[in-house]
Each structure stands twice: as structure tokens, then as C-alpha cells.
Design a protein around this ligand. Sequence first.
Ligand SMILES: O=C(O)COP(=O)(O)O
Ligand SMILES: [Mg+2]
Length: 229
Amino acid sequence: MPAMPSHPAVIAFDLDGTLVDTAPDLLDTLDIVLNEAGAPPLPREDTRRMIGAGARALVQRGLDAAGIAVDPAAFDRLYDRFLEHYADHIADSSRPFPGLLAALDALEARGHVLAVCTNKLEYLSRLLLDRLDLTSRFKVIAGADTFAVHKPDAGHLIGTVEQAGGMITRAIMVGDSLTDVLTARNAGVPVIVVPFGYTETPAEELGGDAFIGHYDLLPETVDRLLAGE
Ligand SMILES: O=C(O)COP(=O)(O)O
Ligand SMILES: [Mg+2]
């Protein structure tokens, strides 16, 4: 009898606030754009929580919080300015979270395939991962504009796992926000939540299948979830 086709497990990571602490460069850029729109600087505790639904949403949330209304053409100019400045400063201060590289090594050693499923635009995701020398770690880098839909739509995660050569029934999502938990739920995939990212709701309360305080705990947590425990 022919052997059953075997699919590697796909571990799909969110990017901002999960793989990389991107807040400093994102929020420095937001400050500059809001300043150009005539807004006073907003507290970092507030703007940090605005990350997670993509750059467009970040600019819109910043303007809303500053109480500034702009017409669509002015918004587009501010958004373009955001993208241009952010691309130029994408890895000034952004760094992988502690323990990430060792955890990725351990997952690769188990034969798992690693992927990125982020609401960051794909070209910015690639640029950031290139700058941090992380691109080669991931078989797929799927951004907000890679497919017709994006997180929390299940199709973003399903497309990521398919492109990685895996099956949605043998996949795990790792993320920092409600968007990631909803995406995983919508796709029927277990989700591991990390607490060092950007979220309105405390990470422990997001309702993930597992919660890890440090990347050291990721490999054993993946083992446990893949075993159905
Ligand atoms: O940049 C964002 O706002 C979202 O990015 P994430 O999906 O990687 O968290
Ligand atoms: Mg995130």
C-alpha cells in the first residue's frame, strides 16, 4: 500500500508584537504623521494598543484618538507618508522578542514548517524580516494584502498553511491579539498567545488554547497542542 502522504505541521506566527517588537518604529512614525496632521503627541500606552489591524487602521485610530477628522484625499496622503517613513525606519529599533531564535531552531529541528500570517502589508513584512535576517526562516510570509481576505478572516490563515504545504488540521497559530485568536478560531486551529505584544484586552484573557510568558516555552507547548492535549 502506498504510504499516506505526510504533511508537516505548520506553525503560523503573527508578526507585530509576536515575532518582533515593532512598536518603537511604528509609533515613532505615527507620531511624525500625527504631528504633520496638526495633532499633539499621544501617550505611548495608548498608541501601542492601536497596533494589530494594519497600518491604515493605525493611522485612522491615531487620528480618531487625537480628535482630528480629515477628508479621504488628506487621509491617503497621511497614509502614504506613514508607509514611506516607516519603510525607511522599519528596523531602527525593532528587534525579535527574547528567545525567539532558539524557539524557531527547536521547531525546525522537529520538522515543522514556519510561516508568517500578519496584517502588516507583505512588502513591509518582507523588508522587516530581511533587515533582521529572519526571512529564510519562513516558508511563507503572508501579509494583509497577500490574499483577497485578511485576519480575522480564516482565509488568511488557511491560505498561509496551504502555501506552506501543510494542512489546516495540523497547524498552530501564535499571536498577541484578539485578531489572532479570532482568526485561529474561525479556521478551527489551536492558538498560542504571547503576552509581550499589543492588545486592548490583557493577553491572558484572550481565550487562547495556551499562553506562554516566554519563547522558551514554545516548543513544548507546540508538542502538547499537536498531541491534542
Ligand atoms: O501592523 C499591524 O497593525 C498588524 O500586524 P500583525 O498582524 O503582525 O500584528
Ligand atoms: Mg500582532
